[in-house]
Design a protein around this ligand. Structure first.
Ligand SMILES: CC(C)(COP(=O)(O)OP(=O)(O)OC[C@H]1O[C@@H](n2cnc3c(N)ncnc32)[C@H](O)[C@@H]1OP(=O)(O)O)[C@@H](O)C(=O)NCCC(=O)NCCS
Length: 237
């Protein structure tokens, strides 16, 4: 009897001492982990800033004047050693705005004279943006996608679909648009805000929606934009 009571008291005492100690060790470990994570983030930030500097000074082909805002991120140097480096080329008066991400890991990104990419947009090459064509804010324009046919493998291990996006001269892409691989947008066309462009859009057309369909075409005889019939949309380009 006396022995059992003594044992209980011992267990209680041990618990009272051990549990806070374990808790303390756990929280100290969490603090160490956080500090290490923070240090790792700082080292990585310095490394990435170095790559951005190198990219801007050495890798970008650009005519002067042209602008790449400081807070744009340029993924031009391949992450995998031995991979081919593709071009990022900017013509005169072209512009890559703040918070844009431009990636050439899978193909060239070419901005011709006067072409611009708006704030927060993402451009994944191969993409060509013609003279004085403008992409507004937050667009996603990609000439690359993942293959996914083989269900026994994760999509990341199945390679890529690469098909260039071509935006011809004087086209205007509204904000928040998505332009998928292989799409060609004709010169002087307008893509409505928030549209998802999955197929070619002919020149001198206004296309809107998801998937984007042509709703207006420019009539050179009357010199006006005219509404088009449903059946005439996206035809023959
Ligand atoms: C595409 C756009 C230029 C068309 O302007 P518009 O010629 O005045 O078009 P309308 O107002 O005559 O609209 C025609 C039809 O298209 C529809 N429409 C217009 N823009 C649309 C869009 N972005 N998405 C879906 N439908 C749209 C209208 O609802 C209307 O449909 P309805 O006839 O069935 O009512 C304009 O709507 C747009 O999206 N501008 C982009 C703005 C932008 O992104 N600015 C960024 C600053 S650079």
């Amino acid at each position: 009897m006396w022995e059992t009571e003594a044992k209980d008291v011992g267990v209680k005492r041990a618990r009272r001492i051990l549990l806070p100690a374990i808790e303390y060790a756990g929280s100290s470990y969490a603090v160490v982990e956080s500090v290490l994570g923070f240090v790792r983030d700082i080292v990585k930030a310095i490394y990435l800033a170095g790559i951005q500097l190198y990219t801007r000074l050495v890798c970008v082909e650009r005519e002067i004047p042209s602008s790449i805002r400081l807070r744009a991120r340029l993924d031009v140097v391949p992450r995998t050693p031995g991979r081919e480096r593709h071009r990022l080329s900017l013509g005169k008066h072209s512009l890559i705005e703040t918070y844009c991400v431009v990636c050439t890991w899978h193909g060239d990104v070419i901005l011709e004279e006067g072409a611009s990419v708006g704030i927060g947009s993402i451009v994944v090459g191969p993409v060509q943006i013609g003279e004085n064509a403008a992409c507004a804010q937050n667009c996603f324009i990609s000439g690359q996608s993942h293959l996914y046919e083989d269900i026994s493998k994760n999509f990341r291990r199945q390679g890529f679909q690469i098909a260039p996006v071509i935006i011809q001269k004087d086209a205007w892409i509204g904000s928040n648009c998505v332009i998928l691989p292989g799409v060609k947008i004709g010169n002087n066309s307008v893509i409505g805000a928030g549209s998802v462009v999955v197929s070619n859009i002919p020149p001198y057309s206004v296309a809107v929606g998801n998937p984007a369909k042509v709703i207006k075409k420019y009539d050179f005889e009357t010199e006006q934009w005219v509404r088009v019939r449903e059946s005439a949309t996206n035809a023959g380009f």
